[in-house]
Design a protein around this ligand. Structure first.
Ligand code: EPU
Length: 373
């Protein structure tokens, strides 16, 4: 449970600011008061005669993993909470940010949800808190990272999350959810699974091991893996960070220049037997056997093999360097994006018998529901 006044005040300010709807759906004053007062007081359960918040809120982090409709009829909360605090072994805030010589084998750091993800990764690296370097340059905010359990180059953020602090809109309570409660899986979590989430992530509590262990299993990082295995050479977390940045800049379109939401589909996970049968038919199939006996297929390869790489449909298309990334260079709208997604899914289903799941969160037009499949 959070008790830090600064963060509560920040949350209160945020809610006051964000109560304003994007379109024409004015909230009632009582709803505003209800939210504002509670955030300023304590984190005790609060009984009120005010109408409870049944409004469906759209919670916006960095906006980089979203497909947006032309017009939104629900209010939007833009999370802008800031702050990075080193915690001591009891999980308490150490305001001097001095690294204590404690017995713990981890650095524990609480990062507010509105911090920029890449800036946090860079800050941690420069402080000597290592582990996140494989996740450099992923666009978006810290609060969004647990939602889809961001991952890249052999690392998932869930490996470094000890807990997540959330504010429950319905119960008006601040809660700390353990990593287990967050129910992390490949590009998934309790926050993404919820049809409509009434939990606002306000901070993420990281545990970064003091003993650095590089993860260099991914093909693109093999040059560093070779150096690492050579006793006469050494590598640093900065080397990994730099190579990851270079690879991403080479392969993936910069969302600030060419609008995109990263991978548009998840890599499908299929039974081992199905993967073997596909491999027999398509010897070049790229796939990764999983510890649980299933096999993950490279969706980029499936889409590429269907001929969609670099191909456009109207104003949108699949990226020329990475067929898994849907790009929107010419201001396409929700329907354009979904028409292309459906065409790609159709072809992959027809050729390989595999159903692709959309990876970003889609805010449906004129509806309170979110579509993630
Ligand atoms: N491939 C093709 N053609 C393509 C794209 C890929 O044949 O057009 C093949 C590649 O040759 C490679 C394999 O597919 O052998 C995998 O491609 P890549 O290494 O680019 O990774 P990915 O599985 O397509 C995942 C994540 C990315 C993450 C990279 C690197 C998902 C949905 N995507 O992509 O995450 O950056 O691995 O770790 O898991 C994101 O989630 O938005 C994202 C960009």
């Amino acid at each position: 449970m959070l008790s830090d006044l600064g963060q509560l005040q920040g949350l209160s300010t945020l809610l006051k600011k964000c109560q304003k709807p994007v379109h024409d759906n004015e909230p009632t004053k009582s709803t505003q008061d209800n939210l504002t007062n509670q955030a300023n007081e304590t984190n005790q359960p609060h009984q009120t005669n005010q109408p409870s918040l049944q409004t469906h809120w759209n919670i916006l982090g960095g906006g980089s993993n979203l497909v947006l409709p032309k017009v939104l009829h629900q209010p939007v909360l833009h999370i802008q909470l800031k702050g990075i605090h080193l915690l001591d072994d009891q999980g308490l805030q150490n305001d001097q940010s001095v690294i204590k010589a404690d017995k713990s084998t981890f650095y524990r750091i609480r990062v507010a949800a509105g911090e920029n993800w890449h800036d946090w990764v860079t800050f941690a690296l420069n402080k000597g808190w290592y582990g996140l370097e494989n996740l450099a340059l992923i666009p978006g905010s810290v609060g969004a990272a647990p939602v889809q359990n961001i991952g890249a180059y052999g690392v998932e953020v869930a490996q470094f999350i000890e807990s997540v602090d959330v504010w429950n809109i319905e119960t008006e309570q601040l809660l700390t959810l353990s990593a287990q409660d967050c129910d992390f899986a490949y590009r998934n979590s309790r926050f993404k699974r919820a049809h409509y989430s009434n939990e606002i992530i306000v901070a993420v509590n990281f545990a970064l091991p003091k003993a650095w262990q590089p993860v260099l299993t991914y093909q693109d990082l093999k040059p560093l893996a070779q150096r690492y295995l050579n006793p006469s050479e050494s590598i640093t977390p900065h080397d990994v960070y730099q190579l990851v940045c270079e690879v991403r800049q080479r392969k993936l379109p910069n969302p600030a220049l060419i609008p995109n939401a990263g991978s548009f589909f998840q890599n499908p996970v299929v039974p081992h037997e199905q993967a073997q049968a596909l491999k027999a038919q398509h010897p070049n199939l790229v796939c990764y056997p999983q510890a649980d006996g299933t096999t993950k297929l490279a969706a980029g390869w499936l889409i590429d093999t269907c001929g969609w790489k670099g191909k456009r449909l109207g104003s949108v298309g699949m990226h020329a360097n990475q067929a898994l990334v849907l790009v929107n260079p010419d201001g396409g709208h929700y329907d354009d994006v979904m028409t292309l997604a459906d065409a790609v899914r159709h072809d992959v289903q027809t050729l390989f018998g595999v159903a692709l799941q959309i990876e970003p969160i889609c805010w449906m037009p004129d509806s309170s529901t979110h579509h993630t499949a």
